[in-house]
Design a protein around this ligand. Structure first.
Ligand code: G6Q
Length: 545
């Protein structure tokens, strides 16, 4: 859409922001806080159990107003409605994008192609609930009559990152008598290490794959079947007791030998990276139980409603998305650090990498024109305080601007000694140090030897958000994930790109399919790659023979 305002250099809202940036690009956060002593109380959104303090961004109140104007000029409200209504906003795949339906209450109605999808969603949730209850109560028996004690989820990308992240995030609420393992990599090490100490007679394998054709998952699933059958005497009847599938592809599931009665479905309007709250979350429900899983869905839904109905300047995901647009497109940041101060969220940055970068790593607008501005920043991170002893140096004193999202909880799930006071002090200290730094005068006043002064100066003026909640619960996890899902959509709307396709992963996949037979051919097949790839293939062939 050439006419889309944000892709047009003449979009007045974009131009106004560019001019506004010229005015404030030399202003330091120290000055902003001195001029507006209350900004720490006012540039804060408190809603549905989350707090977003965005006061430590290089923004005036006027910046917020201009960003909201930008959102309006890009028709963000209408685009949100289009998503919630089930319009085919994933235009390159001609699909609706309805992860919001996965957490809609039973009483809601969302009609796609004349069919209300909400009853379908709840039918799957009910089936998952019945299954999880049987496994958790020990009623689902394996082939030899043993109860299930181990769950192995096989999947990759969207069929792995959400389940792993949610399992880790909600471990506190999980049934500790069950062992959970996650196998994703096609590297055989992943499968072998995940299963080496497991007894097949007590193991349930969930093959999680929307398409049921993904190379990694099908390779791992076949190895799992071999491992299981060889441990249980080779009777293929055992498969039905030890394998279930989560997929949209009933035909492939049944070809694999899994009874489709033990298949949990979802729909093509659920994107992989938006699927942790669909049946792809079966391992999560097994771990924390149906009630807590529904609580998590409630959290997602509360954020959906907040996003859909709240004015943008008080809207958590809209503001988070708009702030990142400001930092990336106007301040020139290329990356964004996600820094959760909670050990249970250790996989949250990895999860967000896929959500954000697969969604918004796009170079063309919805109508295929080259974008005229940068799009998805690089998301990365580690839990605090560990990162402080590693890469924070570069954030504090390096030459790049790296906006940070700090995520912290007022209450610890393990309030032992004074750990939490210290943890929380650290998160505050980091955002304070990043914003305000330490001036030359301060460093000299500390009696620092002259030659060390420049090394010990902290420029400050590094932007950050602080996201707070009372404590990490299933409800809050749902809210946090939905917060970022919708922030990603907000960014995508401003950039006028399709957040919901991922054509960029296709080329490598196709080339790998072509190279496998070239590596394994018994006779020297002719190679027609570049000289580097050809030579590397020959090295592998030599080593293999
Ligand atoms: C996510 C992507 C991708 C997908 C995996 C696994 O949005 O589409 O990460 O989830 O490639 O796909 P399957 O679930 O089909 O195996």
């Amino acid at each position: 859409m050439n006419s889309h305002p944000s892709s047009h250099p003449q979009n007045p809202a974009w131009t106004a922001l560019t001019e506004h940036h010229h005015k404030l690009c030399h202003v330091h956060l120290r000055e902003l806080f001195a001029e507006e002593p209350l900004r720490g109380e006012e540039m804060v959104i408190d809603a549905i159990g989350l707090t977003l303090d965005y006061s430590k961004n290089r923004m005036y109140r006027e910046t917020v107003a201009l960003l909201v104007q930008l959102a309006e000029s890009c028709h963000l409200r209408a685009r949100i409605e289009a998503m919630f209504r089930g319009d085919r906003i994933n235009t390159t795949e001609n699909r609706s994008v309805l992860h919001i339906a996965l957490r809609a209450p039973r009483t809601a109605s969302i009609v796609v192609d004349g069919v209300d999808v909400v009853p379908q969603v709840h039918a799957v949730l009910d089936k998952m609930t019945a299954f999880c209850n049987r496994v958790r109560r020990g009623e689902w028996k394996g082939y030899t009559g043993n109860r299930i004690r181990n769950i192995v989820n096989i999947g990759i990308g969207g069929s792995d990152l959400g389940p792993v992240m949610a399992y880790e995030a909600l471990k506190h609420y999980s049934d500790r008598s069950l062992v959970f393992r996650f196998v994703s990599n096609i590297d055989g090490t992943d499968f072998v290490e995940a299963t080496r100490d497991l007894d097949p007679s007590e193991t349930l394998v969930i093959v999680s794959s929307k398409t049921f054709t993904t190379q990694e998952t099908m390779t791992n699933a076949l190895s799992a079947r071999e491992w299981l059958l060889s441990g249980l005497g080779g009777d293929s009847e055992a498969v039905a007791k030890h394998f279930v599938a989560v997929s949209t592809n009933a035909e492939k599931v049944s070809q694999f030998g899994i009874d489709t009665a033990n298949m949990f479905g979802f729909w093509d309007w659920v994107g992989g990276r938006y699927s942790m709250d669909s049946a792809i979350g079966l391992s999560t429900m097994l771990a924390i139980g149906p009630e807590a899983f529904l609580e998590m869905l409630g959290g997602f839904h509360a954020m959906d409603e907040h996003f859909r109905t709240t004015p943008f300047d008080r809207n958590l995901p809209a503001m988070l998305g708009l702030i990142s647009v400001w930092n990336c497109n106007f301040l020139g940041a290329h990356t964004l650090a996600i820094l959760p101060y909670d050990q249970y969220l250790k996989r949250f940055p990895a999860y967000l990498q896929q959500l954000t970068m697969e969604s918004n790593g796009k170079q063309v607008t919805l109508d295929g024109q080259r974008v005229s501005h940068s799009t998805g920043p690089i998301y990365w991170g580690e839990p605090g305080t560990n990162g402080q002893h590693s890469f924070y140096q570069l954030i504090h004193q390096g030459t790049r601007l790296i906006p940070c999202d700090f995520i912290a909880f007022l209450e610890s799930l393990h309030p032992i000694g004074d750990h939490h006071d210290k943890l929380f002090a650290n998160v505050l200290a980091q955002s304070e140090a990043l914003a305000f730094g330490k001036t030359t005068e301060q460093v000299i006043a500390e009696g620092t030897p002259q030659e060390l002064v420049p090394h010990r100066v902290f420029e400050g003026n590094r932007p950050s958000n602080t996201i707070l909640a009372q404590k990490l619960t299933p409800d809050i996890l749902g809210k946090l994930v939905a917060l970022y899902e919708h922030a990603v959509y907000t960014q995508g709307v401003i950039w006028n790109i399709n957040c919901f396709d991922q054509w960029g992963v296709e080329l490598g996949k196709a080339l790998a399919q072509r190279i496998v037979p070239e590596l394994t051919a018994s006779s020297e097949a002719p190679l027609q790659h570049d000289s580097s790839t050809n030579a590397l293939i020959r090295r592998y062939r030599d080593a293999r023979s």
